[in-house]
Design a protein around this ligand. Structure first.
Ligand code: FAQ
Length: 358
């Protein structure tokens, strides 16, 4: 199965890098020096427990966001207006699932199991991004998610490619490349609608009105309220603060709104010539915390969908385990021998080319 946890040092050996290993001033100095030199920390390196816990928290929340994030868009796969848009949306939603898998694997290298992470998600203990608790009411929402939500995600995730923890940083490189395609397909979808009928333009503006503020909330609370920022920066996990990233996002997005011909729903949004940045209005933090604390439009629905997917998949996990046990019994030395080439019946199905489809 998809896991890297087999590489973890055995707890019994109480190796210096094992989760829960005692703090050690000499190792700590070495760790600090490596961070100062901009070196990556790898899974088997010694690390302070608080660094390990922070990474587990952030990476697992990030993984949960990716898989919960499949739900609002997945809702529209059956209703995509053309074959081309359906193929794009299918690919995008699958990408988000893939991102979740890379990130769960990265978190596993820190000594937490996937079952523990799922348990935390399903019981409501773990957080995931506030943005995915808003409903997707029209097809224009799909374009706006690509443009604004993926746009905000990229802005936040590019600096994570330089995060001090190697497995997380490397996962982010690939994720950012894919997110960039997601953002562009969203913009392209909206541009097509804006060149369509008046009804379509109204639909796009309505979607922008509903998603703009929640997209700004994705960057987290103001720096002054952000509990993890200071340590995150010291540890090279967070390279740019919540507020600075939010500002960069507004500065990059406001001119794109002009190109699209939509109005961002903020009467205080204006270019400050002197500071060379956009000024913008106040975020409704009560709404943000309400959603983070489980009381948004779709929190319950999203969690219920994840729990039922987990329950429905139980037979698959059981079958996979039974198969693995059977193979292990057959090959106790761990060698599984040559595998036969897949027959036509069992070969993975090729996806039909989509180029030229309408
Ligand atoms: N939603 O001290 P800070 C995507 C919590 S992926 C919910 O500032 P930190 C792809 C925070 O956890 C989107 N909770 O925290 C896609 C903490 O609570 P805790 C996800 C939030 O970690 C696109 C408390 O508030 N991206 O969109 C949020 O330093 C389209 C205090 O906050 C990532 O996860 C929020 N928005 O900074 C998929 C990127 N903001 O844990 C499908 C990696 C804050 O103490 C479709 N994560 N909180 O209980 C990060 O960069 C950081 O974790 C931040 C928060 C910036 C999200």
């Amino acid at each position: 199965m998809y896991t890297q946890s087999m590489d973890l040092p055995q707890k019994k050996e109480q190796s210096a890098s094992a989760p829960g290993a005692p703090e050690n001033p000499e190792y700590q100095r070495e760790f600090d020096a490596r961070l100062a030199q901009g070196e990556f920390i790898e899974a088997k390196d010694w690390m302070p427990e608080a660094y390990r816990k922070t990474l587990i928290r952030q990476i697992s929340q990030h993984a949960h966001s990716e898989i919960v994030g499949m739900l609002p868009e997945g809702n529209w796969i059956t209703r995509a207006p053309t074959l081309k848009r359906k193929a794009i949306l299918l690919a995008k939603v699958q990408d988000e699932g893939g991102h979740g898998l890379y990130l769960y694997s990265a978190a596993e290298t820190l000594g937490i199991s996937r079952d523990e992470m799922f348990e935390a998600l399903h019981t409501g203990k773990a957080k995931y991004s506030s943005i995915f608790n808003y409903p997707t009411l029209t097809w224009a929402d799909i374009g706006v998610i690509g443009w604004l939500v993926d746009g905000a995600a990229i802005m936040n995730q590019i600096p994570l490619c330089r995060c001090s923890y190697g497995p997380y940083a490397r996962a982010m490189v690939r994720i950012c490349k894919e997110e960039s395609f997601h953002q562009r397909q969203g913009f392209d979808l909206l541009m097509t609608m804006m060149q369509g009928t008046n009804e379509q333009r109204v639909m796009v503006q309505d979607a922008v009105n509903r998603w703009w503020w929640p997209s700004l909330m994705m960057f987290g609370p103001h720096d002054s309220e952000s509990t993890h920022s200071e340590r995150g920066k010291q540890w090279g996990i967070k390279r740019i603060s919540n507020d600075d990233l939010r500002q960069k996002f507004v500065d990059a997005t406001a001119p794109q709104a002009d190109i699209l011909g939509v109005t961002l729903p903020d009467p205080n949004l204006k270019w400050n010539e002197k500071q060379e940045r956009y000024e913008f209005g106040n975020i409704d933090w009560d709404e943000f915390w309400n959603v983070v604390n489980g009381n948004g439009h779709c929190n319950r629905e999203r969690l219920a969908a994840r729990v039922s997917a987990w329950q429905d998949g139980e037979w698959v996990r059981e079958a996979a385990l039974a198969h693995a046990n059977k193979r292990a019994a057959k090959h106790p030395d761990g060698r599984v021998g040559e595998q036969a080439a897949p027959s036509m019946e069992t070969a993975p199905m090729q996806t039909a080319p989509t180029a030229g489809s309408t």
